[in-house]
Design a protein around this ligand. Structure first.
Ligand code: B12
Length: 485
């Protein structure tokens, strides 16, 4: 019998260390509040994912099965691991146990939504926020509304796909109880739990897919909701958090309001948290408030220290801002990581040397020397690739498949001016400076995950072991501490 009001939500992310499916949890809570019967099949911490799916699906027939697809690939060259084959295997196991329609969603999915729906043959996909779209889809399945009215829905009409625009609701009403996922278990095995303060970003960095998955405006949560959620997690024994905003300080005013709320509720001394931040705006006031509110580590989207490269990436900061950000973190006792994106269009050995030299001198706790820009569809770098006809190594394209460019497969750009072995060049420039996570040379990288020398967190055994031994925090911070020990 079909249970009209029931849905099974599946977390498909099996990467280790495990990251709790915060997006799926928000969606599950939203559905529950509206009176739907929700079950979660969490493959992230299940010993045997097939058994977990059988137990959740074989006894009943939900109206819909929702699969969350967070990471389409590891976004890391040269490992370039795609998770699509794993998703396809999971979908066929689901089909083995149930003939209910399947809807895919999630941040990675949203970037490539149409291509993934086509490739996997599922009935539905949802681009963007799931909290409003999934209840709307369930209503449409009952005939109470039309598919056309479900924000972000992709569905099939005969042979063709129909696609609705996502809603990107300005008023974010995200549930705060965090009671539907085993966050305590994820905390023990993953070392941190995520929480959002906003969605969306209005910047126009040439490589970023955030605009596709989250929209082009900052959509802010009320600071009181964020603090309520921190309290919910604390009650579960979770006291180390990672913010899931693309950049916590865009806009800076909201970041300060969130900090003030945490300070006002005296939560600063009870939680430790980490965040991604843009390099600007970041001033003394924000750094001070963040430290008082419990922030212990910041990962800045530094990209480069070369004026030419930053302008090319459409980043508003300059090298001096990076130095200032590191100085402010030092002043307030906040650990600091700078994420670099080396090898973009226009990069030369000279600009790489400039960046590595500068970052070495300003001495953050660590810097990720990421090499190679993942080309996401509908970004400026994708337009450049199409208009200039890039397809081979001599054009800068790095990939492991043949034929025309297929951006759903891991596809990267590394400026051809860096020569045949760009990772060797970068490593030589780093010269063994332990503050850098160096890129792995091609051919030496394990294709199935990280060996722990770089900062690829996919199946990173160094991290898994450190967390099992009690380490907690952002992964770059744990790796840094392990390398110092
Ligand atoms: C914070 C973050 C991290 C933190 C996570 C901290 C934590 N404890 O949660 C850290 C640093 C650990 C991290 C690691 C990695 N990350 Co990360 N991360 C992010 C970030 C900024 C936020 C993700 C998030 O949680 N968002 C908040 C939640 C609430 O949103 P959501 O998951 O999208 O869910 C919403 C919708 O998607 C939808 N939805 C979700 N599930 C479902 C299901 C259904 C059925 C439906 C209909 C809807 C739906 O509704 C939800 C609520 O609205 C994103 C970029 C971004 N702005 O989203 C990158 C991002 C997800 N990461 C990415 C990657 C690649 C990784 C790594 C693989 C990198 C690596 N090689 O180490 C690892 C993977 C770790 C792991 N085990 O999974 C990529 C994935 C893209 C891709 N190529 O596939 C992203 C998109 C960044 C990017 N543009 O490259 N990450």
């Amino acid at each position: 019998m079909v249970l009209d009001n029931s849905i099974v939500l599946v977390n498909t992310n099996r990467m280790m260390p495990p990251i709790a499916p915060v997006g799926l949890e928000y969606v599950a809570e939203a559905l529950l509040r509206l009176g739907y019967a929700v079950e979660v099949a969490d493959l992230g911490v299940a010993d045997d994912p097939d058994t977990e799916l059988r137990e959740r699906l074989s006894q009943k027939r939900p109206a819909l099965i929702g699969l969350s697809f967070r990471n389409v690939d590891d976004c890391f060259w040269p490992s370039a691991r795609s998770f699509l084959p794993q998703l396809e295997a999971q979908i066929s196991t689901v089909r083995q146990w149930s003939d209910a329609p399947i809807v895919l969603g999630g941040v990675g999915f949203s970037i490539f939504a149409e291509a993934i729906v086509r490739q996997t043959g599922v009935e539905f996909g949802v681009v963007g926020d799931g909290e409003i779209s999934l209840p709307a889809l369930l209503s449409a399945l009952k005939g109470s509304t039309r598919f056309e009215e479900v924000p972000g829905l992709i569905w099939r009409e005969g042979d063709r796909l129909r696609i609705n625009s996502p809603a990107w609701p300005n008023r974010l009403q995200v549930p705060t109880s965090r009671a539907l996922i085993g966050n305590a278990a994820y905390f023990r095995r993953g070392g941190q739990i995520g929480i959002e303060t906003k969605r969306g970003c209005d910047r126009e960095c040439i490589y970023c897919a955030d605009r596709l998955a989250k929209g082009t405006r900052s959509r802010l949560r009320p600071p009181a909701d964020v603090a309520d959620e921190v309290e919910s997690l604390l009650r579960q024994g979770v006291d180390v958090l990672h913010l899931c905003d693309a950049e916590f300080n865009i806009p800076g005013r909201h970041a300060i309001q969130v900090c003030d709320e945490l300070i006002c509720r005296k939560l600063g001394g009870r939680v430790r948290w980490y965040a991604y931040l843009a390099v600007v705006p970041f001033d003394d006031e924000l750094a001070r408030r963040m430290a008082a509110a419990g922030c212990v580590g910041i990962n800045f989207t530094g990209d480069s220290a070369s004026e030419k490269m930053l302008a090319g990436y459409r980043q508003p900061h300059r090298a001096a801002d990076l130095a200032s950000a590191v100085g402010l973190c030092r002043r307030y006792g906040i650990a600091v990581m700078i994420d670099l994106l080396l090898g973009g269009p226009g990069e030369t050995p000279e600009t790489v040397a400039e960046t590595i030299g500068f970052v070495g001198r300003i001495e953050p706790d660590c810097a990720g020397a990421g090499l190679g820009m993942r080309i996401y569809p509908n970004t400026r770098i994708a337009q450049m690739a199409a208009s200039r006809g890039w397809s081979s190594r001599k054009d800068g394209i790095r990939r492991r498949y043949e034929g025309p460019l297929d951006l759903l497969q891991p596809t990267f750009y590394i400026s051809p001016d860096l020569g045949a072995e760009p990772a060797v060049l970068v490593r030589d420039l780093i010269g063994g400076n332990p503050l850098f996570f160096p890129p792995e040379p091609e051919g030496q990288s394990p294709q199935q995950g990280s060996a722990g020398r770089d900062h690829n967190y996919n199946d990173n055994t160094v991290l898994v072991d450190a967390i099992a031994g009690g380490a907690r925090g952002a992964y770059w911070h744990i790796l840094r501490q392990v390398s110092e020990a």
